[in-house]
Design a protein around this ligand. Structure first.
Ligand code: SF4
Length: 382
C-alpha cells in the first residue's frame, strides 16, 4: 500500500490507478492496512454508528420495459387487470403499517411498462393516469397522508419527472449499477435494457442534483463488469456528488442469481471481493456519503463489512419481502442490533432522508413538515 499506513488521519484522495491496483491485490497484509484505513475514514465521519430505516415495500408494478438478464423482480405476464397494485391494496398496506413505527414507504416499479405493454397503458388510462410516474406520485401523496415518508425508485427519470416527484418524495433512488456501456452489448446483461444505458442513468443522477433532491444510488457487483469498470463507476458517483452534494448514500450490492432469470446459473461475487470493493469505495467516495450494504445479502459476514467502513444497513421491513431478492429475507431489527453491537457499534434508526437534507432547500414544504416531525436522527434502537 502506497498510503500512509498509520491511519491516524484520513489518507489523501486516491487515483483510479491506485484503486484498480488495490482490487487486483492479494497480499493479505496490504488488504488489512487498507481495511483499517477505510474503517478510520468511516469512524471519523459516521462514528461508531450503523444506521437503518424501517420501511414498507410497495411494488407498484412488476412489468418493465427492460429485460436485465439478472432480474428477479420483473414479470413479463401478469393477470389482466393486475398490471399495477391498485390503490385499495396500497391503502391496505399503509393502514397496516401506520401504527408500527415505520418511517419509509419504498415505492418501487419496473421502468415505464406503459411504453411496452398496451395493457399497462390501458390500466393507467382507466384509472386516470398518463404514466407510471403519475401513478407513483398519487401513491406517494397518499403515503404522506398516512404520515409515511416516500422514497421512490422510479428508474431513469427526466428533469421534469424528477421535479414533479420531488414534491412528494423524501428522497429518490436509482442504482447506477455500472458506468460500463459495454454491458449493453449483444449477449450481455443490459442488451435489452435501454434504461440501463449509463448515459441515461448519470443524466438522472445529475438532474436530481440540479434539483436538490436527496438521492440514493449504488453499484451492482457481479453482473459481468471488470474491476476497472467498478472503479470507474465509483469515480462517476464521486464526480456527480462533488458537483451537487446530493448523494446521501451509495449501496454496494452483490448480484444474487435469481432462479427464473437468464443469469440463474451465474455465481454471485465472493465475500472477499465485496469486502475489497467496500474498502476501495470508502477511499474513493467523499466521507459524508454513507455506504450501505444490504444485510440480507451478506448474512453471517456482516462484521467484516462493519470493519471495512460501511455505515448503513438500508431499509428493513418486518412486514414486506425484499421483492428484488425475494429468496433473501431481511434480518429482524433485534438480530441486526445484536450483530452491530457485537462488532462494537451502535444501531441507529434514520429516516429515508438524511438529517443534513431536512430543510426547505432540499425538501418540498409538505415533505419537510412531516420529516421535521418524524426526525429521528439521534434515536437509537433499544
Ligand atoms: S432490474 Fe429493474 S430495469 Fe432491469 S428488468 Fe428488472 S425491474 Fe426492469
Amino acid at each position: 500500500m502506497s498510503h500512509n499506513s498509520s491511519f491516524l488521519s484520513p489518507p489523501e484522495p486516491i487515483t483510479v490507478n491506485q484503486a484498480v491496483e488495490f482490487l487486483h491485490q492479494d497480499n493479505s497484509n496490504e488488504i488489512s492496512n487498507w481495511k483499517r484505513s477505510a474503517q478510520s475514514i468511516a469512524l471519523n465521519t459516521h462514528q461508531r454508528q450503523i444506521t437503518f430505516t424501517t420501511n414498507v415495500f410497495i411494488p407498484l408494478t412488476f412489468l418493465c420495459r427492460n429485460a436485465c438478464h439478472y432480474c428477479g423482480f420483473r414479470r413479463s405476464k401478469v393477470p389482466i387487470g393486475q398490471e399495477f397494485l391498485n390503490s385499495q391494496k396500497v391503502e391496505k398496506i399503509l393502514t397496516t403499517v401506520r401504527d408500527r413505527k415505520v418511517s419509509e414507504v419504498l415505492i418501487t416499479m419496473g421502468d415505464k411498462p406503459e411504453k411496452k405493454y398496451p395493457l399497462a397503458e390501458k390500466w393507467l388510462k382507466k384509472h386516470g393516469f398518463d404514466s407510471t410516474i403519475e401513478y407513483s406520485y398519487f401513491i406517494a401523496e397518499k403515503a404522506l397522508k398516512y404520515e409515511l415518508l416516500p422514497h421512490i425508485n422510479g428508474g431513469t427519470l427526466t428533469f421534469d419527472e424528477l421535479r414533479y416527484l420531488r414534491e412528494v418524495s423524501a428522497s429518490i433512488g436509482m442504482m447506477l449499477e455500472t458506468i460500463s456501456s459495454r454491458l449493453t452489448h449483444s449477449g450481455l446483461p443490459h442488451e435489452q435494457s435501454p434504461d440501463k444505458h449509463p448515459k441515461n442513468r448519470i443524466a438522472t443522477i445529475n438532474n436530481a442534483g440540479r434539483l436538490k433532491i436527496p438521492f440514493t444510488s449504488g453499484i451492482l457487483i457481479g453482473i459481468g463488469e471488470t474491476l476497472e469498470e467498478i472503479v470507474e463507476s465509483l469515480f462517476a458517483l464521486k464526480n456527480v456528488h462533488q458537483k451537487y452534494r446530493h448523494l446521501q448514500e451509495v449501496i454496494i450490492q452483490n448480484f444474487q442469481p435469481n432462479p427464473d432469470s437468464v443469469m440463474a446459473n451465474s455465481p454471485p461475487p465472493s465475500i472477499e471481493l465485496m469486502e475489497k470493493i467496500l474498502i476501495i469505495a470508502r477511499h474513493i467516495l467523499p466521507a459524508e456519503i454513507s455506504i450501505q450494504i444490504p444485510p440480507n445479502l451478506v448474512e453471517s459476514h456482516e462484521h467484516r463489512f462493519i470493519e471495512a467502513g460501511m455505515s448503513d444497513w438500508g431499509g428493513i421491513s418486518s412486514i414486506t419481502l425484499d421483492y428484488i431478492n425475494p429468496d433473501h429475507r431481511w434480518p429482524s431489527i433485534t438480530k441486526l442490533e445484536q450483530i452491530t453491537q457485537k462488532a462494537g457499534y451502535q444501531l441507529c434508526e434514520r429516516l429515508p432522508v438524511y438529517p443534513r437534507y431536512i430543510n426547505l432547500e432540499w425538501l418540498s414544504p409538505q415533505v419537510y413538515k412531516l420529516a421535521s416531525v418524524k426526525r429521528l436522527d439521534s434515536r437509537t434502537v433499544k
